[in-house]
Structures are given as C-alpha cells and as structure tokens.
Design a protein around this ligand. Structure first.
Ligand code: SAM
Length: 339
C-alpha cells in the first residue's frame, strides 16, 4: 500500500522551493523509499515491526532509540493528537541548532491543523501540498531556538491510565483507557484455563495481566506485538507478575513460532487509518497454525467483523460466547483429529 505522506515528504526535497537535503538525516517513523537511496547518510527509527523490517530489508541503518543531533530530522508523525504533539517535541530535540524538522501528513489526518500548531511554536513554517498531503518544515534558529510547550513534552511521556495500575504511551492502541472489547473478553474467560498461552497483538499487556489474575494455573504467556512502544509498556505493566513472560516484537501476520494450548486476541483491523479485515484474518491463520490439537482461541471482535467464515475455513470448531451491542466474544477449538 503506497504511503502518500511518505511520497509527499520526499517531494518536499525535489524541484523549486525544495528543502535542502543535507549530508546526514534522521528519519522518525522511517519507511523505505527508492529516492532515499541517493541520500548519503540516513538513520531511521520505526516502532512498527513490519515497517522496521521493510526498512532493514532495504539496507538502511536503524536505531532502537532515537538519539543524537541531526541537521535534518524527517518525520511521519503518527495519527493521534498527543502522539503527534509529543512526536514534534521529541523530534525537535534531535534537530541540531540551525537544522530543520520536516514532517508530512495526510490532509485527512489533520495536516493543516498540525502545521498551524507547529507554526505557533516555532514561528515560520514552510509548506507544500501534494497527493492530499502536506509537507511542512521549520528551522531551529540560532541563537534562540523555539522551545516546545510543556504540554507537548508531557503528551509524549509514558503515563498511568487514571484509576488503574497500567501505564501507556500516546499512539499505542487504547492509550487512555482499557478497551471495552478486551474487557468483555476477559470477563468471558473461564477461570480454569491452563497450559502455554500466546497473546497475539498484546498491546500494553491488558489481556495477559487480566488472564494471569483470573486463571492462577497459567504459568507462562508469550506476548506478540508489532508496536515496540506498546510492548515496552507491557513489560512495565507486567513486571510484578510471577509467571514466565516472553515479549516478542513481532509481526503476527508472518506467523508465530512455537505451539500453544490457549491463544488470546483482540485482533487489529486497521492499517494506518483504513479498515483492514485481512489483518484479523492473518491473525486467525497464524493462531490456527500455532495451536496444539485441542488448543483454544479466545477472541473478541466488533460484531460486524466476519471472522466466523475464517474460523470455518481454518477447520476450527467455534461458538459465540457472548455479545453486547458492539462486540462479540468467540471461543474456537482445534479438533483433536484433523480432517
Ligand atoms: C485491538 S488491539 C488489542 C491490544 C491488546 N490486546 C488489548 O486488548 O488491549 C490490537 C493490537 O495488535 C497490534 N498489531 C497490529 N498489527 C499487528 C501485527 N501485524 N502483528 C502484531 N501485532 C499487531 C496493535 O499494535 C495493537 O496493539
């Protein structure tokens, strides 16, 4: 799927009125592009495993933690307001005095508004439009660089969900509250589950935390999650648990290693802002391939998502356990005898 914001970001460095591409650049939210091959030095940071793998496969250098000072920081800043404001503040920290921050976003994701927000803080912002996206850039002036507002610095920090023992970070799934679908799934789980468990798309660890509290016979859970920020929160949220926990920064659509007795999931169904049922389908196929005979899937989904046909095609026996006006919980079992 072509990322139009990425195309627009790179158009910002071509033709009349272009931003100058310096010798060294940092790319926040890095995604590979053929035009970047001619850039002398570019270091990327990417929290999503599939995109990080694509960046690596293209032969570019990547870091796990953004650091250093750069004459140019390019940014695809994400989609949630706090993630974007927090991301601007963190990226600004990486710009060396006299350097540039250049970001690109889709108009539909609020590009004009976020460009205006940045301009209010840094002063002059130079921008161009193409492909229903905007690319906009600001220079860190010498000797008095703009200072990012405390609200934006705070928006980018990991913080507790009020009234819970969980921490999250802006941009991860359900960053401000427990997801009601996940809560319904947990309330539907029998308390006597046991064996080896996998949590697919584990997010910041809610399902695993609740499972371990509800099912004392469970002693090991493997968490698979593609967003490294969410997985880091899960590590912190589950630090007090006594069970053996293995945290995998992993793209579940490529399948999962290992075999399991129980697989939990609230499958994702968006790629960028677009609804993408294929993602949930890929999660179910990965789960099917990883189940022992007699193994079980416990999943929650929005009621309109058509997963039942996928479960049939996977040869799993399933039943709907409960549904409310928005969600349904499904229990599926791998038959002992394969057809
Ligand atoms: C609906 S959320 C559920 C999160 C968590 N299990 C919960 O209940 O709060 C789906 C999760 O899947 C993750 N995800 C999306 N695509 C993924 C992929 N290809 N591989 C692994 N995880 C993925 C998302 O980052 C998100 O955390």
């Amino acid at each position: 799927m072509i990322n139009l914001a990425l195309e627009t970001l790179l158009l910002g460095f071509a033709g009349e009125g272009a931003f100058a591409a310096p010798a060294r650049a940092f790319f926040w939210g890095a995604e590979p592009h053929p035009l970047l091959r001619s850039w002398p030095e570019i270091l990327g940071w990417q929290s999503h495993k599939g995109l990080a793998d694509a960046w690596d496969r293209s032969g570019f250098a990547r870091c796990d933690v953004p650091s250093g000072l750069w004459p140019l920081v390019m940014q695809l800043p994400g989609k949630a307001r706090d993630e974007i404001h927090g991301g601007f503040a963190k990226a600004w920290d990486l710009v060396e005095p006299g350097g540039m921050l250049v970001a690109a976003m889709e108009n539909g994701a609020g590009a004009a508004r976020f460009e205006k927000d940045l301009a209010k803080v840094v002063g002059a912002v130079h921008s161009r439009q193409k492909h229903k996206c905007r690319v906009f850039g600001a220079r860190k002036e010498i000797p008095s660089p703009a200072v990012m507002p405390e609200g934006w610095l705070d928006a980018g920090r990991r913080k507790p969900i009020p009234g819970t023992h969980f921490v999250t970070e802006a941009g991860v799934f359900s960053a401000t509250k427990v997801d009601p679908g996940s809560q319904l799934l947990v309330e539907s789980l029998p308390t006597n589950l046991r064996g080896k468990v996998a949590d697919l798309g584990a997010g910041w660890g809610y399902l695993t935390d609740a499972l371990l509290r509800r099912c004392p016979a469970v002693k090991q859970v493997d968490l698979f999650e593609s967003d490294s920020r969410a997985l880091d929160c899960a590590r912190q949220n589950l630090a007090a648990q006594e069970a053996v926990l293995n945290f995998h920064w992993h793209d579940v659509t490529t399948g999962i290693p290992g075999r399991y007795d129980i697989i939990l999931m609230n499958p994702p169904f968006h790629t960028r802002q677009m609804k993408d049922v294929a993602l949930g389908r890929a999660f179910l196929n990965a789960a099917r391939d990883a189940l022992y005979p007699g193994g079980e899937i416990w999943l929650v989904a929005n009621r309109q998502l058509p997963y039942e046909g996928v479960l049939d095609a996977c040869g799993l026996l399933w039943r709907q356990v409960v549904r409310d006006p928005v969600f349904k919980v499904i229990h599926a079992v791998m038959p002992m005898e394969q057809p």
